[in-house]
Write a protein that binds this ligand. Structure first.
Ligand SMILES: *Cc1c(COP(=O)(O)O)cnc(C)c1O
Length: 482
């Protein structure tokens, strides 16, 4: 995330002396100056926008690595905030020299770990605009324009998912974890409405469900009915086998993943969705990482059955090229979500008086950033077709990487990639070898590619998402396994 390598900020004052340079009391600036456009503000606008512009123009973004120890970090930050004012350039200098270099750039094409990010320049710019406009995205009364624009994006996603874009709806929340929690809260409330006699509900999940689902169930006081998935892909047959002979009257929902975070595997949405419908279970699909694949024509068939979902999440901050933090949360029947999430308070009556869409009614939140707007702007500027193409790039790169691994005697592909994630083993390597390999690649700023695990064994893992990640980089990373 660093700006330091550009040299542009080397002349900014260093944090040293922040504490010594205290103003005398009579020099104090009145608090109201904070909101005025005075000379300091003018200088601050220039400096901060110049910094932002520089970061925005980086192509590619440098990977970076934290080089300061924890103690050094806190030491360099000590005293930056004190009773007295500092000049914006001084503080920006601290950001440029201490904070930014201690953040690995998730949006670098060399970031191949976890789930990377690749926000478009358009979405980054518009995120700044959303901040500058201080949009409170809570209610139609306050922000009808912003919410209407966000809703056009939600309709687009609903349509691609096979839901009815005229009736499906929801809101944007901070991330997949918040989306899963909000959706499964609705699932539980709907189950309670159906059968108030059940004390504690269960939710069917496969062994590869995301950790946030497990946490969600704990918070909602529901139990996971974990079903073994021999192929790591939840199917109807797995559920029937795993629950045979059980009384399932306390099952509120089933959760499918459309693509798992570790391996990009899409559950059998069609057969599981059909089972859920037959049994009257809520069908939730967690597409936080892989949901965006619905936009890629080559992948669309893998999502068959998604149209059966009662709720569906997709993180645009993952594979839809949007800045953090942004999750699209959709319900097939939003009225059910309103029954769970609408907050009742006398001072809120006024927002419910309209025939209006209040995002606050669809998730556990009240105040919210209009975080769908950067995606709205970028989709409009680039066209949906560019998104389809950019998603296909990662899928193709994963397939090419898999072919490269298959061609090497010392490497072994764990399984054919479904989406943009490739797992592989290096024959003869122990856990520590993978970690040493990853450490060196990061130290040399070649790539950030922490190892993962597969069935208890440490393995190498590529997570492709950035359209500028090259096959040459993959080759370089794989060459280092020799
Ligand atoms: C990333 C992820 C989540 C969590 O999303 P956050 O945005 O990090 O909260 C949930 N489920 C899956 C499948 C994910 O990949």
């Amino acid at each position: 995330m660093s700006m330091t390598d550009t040299g542009a900020y080397d002349e900014l004052p260093r944090p040293e002396g922040t504490r010594e340079r205290r103003r005398k009391p009579h020099e104090r600036v009145a608090g109201r100056a904070m909101h005025r456009v005075d000379q300091t503000t003018e200088q601050m606008v220039r400096s901060v926008l110049a910094y932002a512009e520089n970061r925005l123009r980086m192509d590619p973004v440098p990977l970076d690595q934290g080089t300061l120890t924890n103690a050094q970090l806190y030491e360099r930050l000590e005293g930056v905030i004190c009773e007295q004012a500092s000049t914006p350039d001084e503080v920006l200098g601290v950001y440029a020299s201490v904070i930014a270099p201690s953040v690995i750039s998730a949006d670098s094409p060399r970031f191949l770990g976890f789930i990377p990010a690749a926000p478009t320049k358009a979405s980054l710019l518009f995120d700044m605009l959303v901040s500058c406009a201080s949009i409170q995205g809570i209610s139609w009364l306050e922000a009808s324009g912003a919410i209407a624009a966000e809703n056009t994006v939600l309709s687009l996603i609903a349509g691609e998912a096979g839901l009815d874009p005229r009736t499906a709806g929801g809101t944007f929340v901070s991330g997949g974890s918040a989306g899963n929690l909000s959706a499964l809260a609705v699932a539980r409330e709907e189950a309670k409405r159906r059968d108030p006699s059940v004390g504690r509900w269960r939710v069917v999940v496969g062994t590869d469900a995301h950790s946030s689902v497990v946490n969600t169930l704990r918070l909602l006081e529901m139990d996971a009915l974990v079903v073994e998935t021999p192929d790591h892909r939840l199917t109807r047959a797995d559920i029937e086998r795993g629950t045979a002979g059980q009384d399932l009257s306390d099952v509120a929902a089933v959760v499918c993943t459309s693509g798992t975070t570790n391996a990009g595997i899409i559950d059998d949405l069609d057969s599981v969705g059909a089972l859920a419908q037959e049994r009257g279970w809520w069908f939730h699909v967690d597409g936080a990482y892989g949901g965006a694949g619905i936009f890629a024509p080559s992948l669309r068939a893998k999502y068959a059955g998604l149209e059966r979902a009662d709720s569906f999440i997709l993180d645009p901050h993952k594979w839809m090229f949007t800045p953090f933090d942004c999750c699209a949360l959709l319900y097939a029947d939003p009225a059910k979500a309103r029954r769970t999430h609408t907050q009742d308070a006398s001072y809120l009556d006024v927002i419910h008086e309209h025939e209006a869409w209040n995002p606050t009614d669809y998730a556990y939140h009240l105040t919210r950033r209009a975080r769908g707007l950067p995606l709205w702007f970028s989709l409009a500027v680039h066209g949906v077709g560019a998104y389809r193409d950019a998603i296909e790039v990662a899928v193709r790169l994963a397939a090419e990487t898999a072919a490269m691994i298959r061609a090497e005697d010392h490497l072994e592909l764990v399984r054919e990639p479904d989406l943009g994630i490739v797992l592989f083993r290096r024959l003869g390597w122990e856990e520590e070898d993978y970690h040493a390999w990853a450490r060196e690649l990061h130290q040399d700023e070649v790539a950030f590619i922490p190892p993962s695990a597969w069935e208890g064994e440490t393995v190498g893992r590529f997570a492709f998402l950035h359209p500028d990640t090259s096959l040459d980089l993959v080759r370089e990373v794989l060459d280092r396994t020799r």
